[in-house]
Design a protein. Sequence first.
Length: 385
Amino acid sequence: MTSQATPDVTPRRWTRISFRLGALLLGAVFLTLVATFVSNFYFQSIQRFQKVVNDEAVPNMESAFNVSLEGGQIVNAVPSLTAVSDIEALETLKSQIDEEQDTFRNHLREVGRIGLNEESQDELNSNAEALLANIDTVENLVEERFTFDEKLVELSDEFGIIEEKIRQDLATEIDQQTLYFSMGYSELGQAPVARSEHFNQAQFNRYRYLIELRRNANISGQLLSQALNVNDTPNLETLKDQFESSEFSIKRALKYLEDDEIYEKVEPVFGTLLDVGLSEEGIFPVKSRLIQIEVQIENLFTSNRELGESVVSTIEEVVTKAKADADSATQSSAEVVTQGQVILVVLVVITAVGALLIAVTYINPKILKRLDLLSRHMRVMAKGD
């Protein structure tokens, strides 16, 4: 009798429980790795966008605000410079302003790295340099003003001394001429001269020109006193014209008295008086320069305010750009977070559903039931069946 071959009932590898459990475990590990890589990718994206905000947008906005703040301080430096009381205070303030200017330039360079369009960047640099140049000009003007103020004080003192000397000299000479012209006495205690010798046209003219010298000396003194206190060019020019008119009258009177014994006494004094008023370093030129300095400072202050407003306007563009970058990075970060959350939720759902399906379709009918059957058979065998 021919024996039949025993059929091979060994299960195939992929039908084995161990293989299927291993595949299921590998699937779980794979899903875990996918979730890990996805999370890491989105976390890196979030960090990248956060870096844009922290390292670019916020510092750019800070630099822009610093430029705006420093620009305002530099504009306000003009009134501070004009208010200093002496040259020592000016030097101290100049040192402080130099530090502010250096800080302003540093912040300006930081703003320059933001990436403004070429026109805006050129305008910002041009206005900023003009702003700083104006401050340097104001510093020089204030220093020059102190020099001219000191010169004006010296001229005022010199003018006072000259005016008093002219008054005394002319008063004495006029009194003597009055006595001689009216009564013929050249000196007290001496006999009078003949009437024809003292009461004549020549003596009258001498008396008249002495009076004219005193009158024009008084007028010149008043004009110089007014010039010291005037604060506008038109009034100063009017006073100067009047002083030049007095100068002409004084020179005319001195011309008549050129051969008189008093000429050598009063001519140098009147010459000094006229120089105090009209020489290159006289009261009128010095005062004119002081008025010009004040006008220049006022114009520079107005210019700096306009430049400061222009700088702030450009800085607002920088702030707007930096804010837009920050908003864009924040929005992108939010989108990445949302996408990551969605993907992770999907992976969790897939994992949960897969686990449920595996439990329902495979583990329970294929494994748990067989284990339960095996357990019952082993208990029966244990009873001796």
